[in-house]
Ligand binder design. Sequence first.
Ligand code: SF4
Length: 266
Amino acid sequence: MLTLTQGHLKLLEICPRRYQYSYLEPVPVPTDPAMAERQRWGTEFHLVMQQRELGLPIEAFLREDAALDAAVNGLLAAAPDLFAAEGFRQSEHRRTLPFNGYTLTAIYDLLVLGPVGQIVDWKTYQRPPQPAQLAKDWQTRLYLYLLVETSELAPQQVAMTYWFVAPPGAEAAAVLPSSISIAYTVAQHRRTEADLQRLTDRLTALMATEMATEMATETDFPKVDAAQGYCVHCPFAVRCQRSQERYGHDGEMVLPAIADIAEVPL
Ligand code: SF4
């Protein structure tokens, strides 16, 4: 069964063609070195947090990287209750669920299960999005949905908290960690289930059409309407003949927002 993660759902929702180029027929795209370095640092931060949760020493990593030291210790100081919480705790906790012919999958940066369920996600960028935007994000929606569906907990007993830590070179005003917690309800759970049904039905229909069509030029998944603005941040703009949206009339590239850059999976 094909696996669907939050990243897959996000792209499917935004633009089926982008999902196709990203996951079904991966097309290599050039990497911005600064973005690659931000991803490397973010991955290292996640690994150190995982190692700490496992009770393994992390001091050597912190001694070598002042920004990492500040981020980890800043987080420990800002969220003492989270790190003292008892119950089942696991870093990089994976949950899967068969759904409408697919396997829904989530990997939580940290899961704490007691009378309530806390999903925690570390973000290594400076400017947190608006809470309403985070609540609508497929990461939040899928992660909460999966926890309810794979546990005894009711929607109102689970929540997801994002912690934002400053990467190297962060502005002084944003160096302290901050968090946003998203609560969950029965109504949201039902809405997410309906949207998952809609997206997976659509993907099944698109793949059936692709298999039934012989002409390669007719098998591509549909493109999003350019007027929606997603092509501006898309690395496949040239391939899609949407380069004007991404590079502008004068050829100057529009870089994606940090929040649009995928984390490197551990
Ligand atoms: S350039 Fe636009 S249409 Fe093409 S894959 Fe990207 S978002 Fe979709």
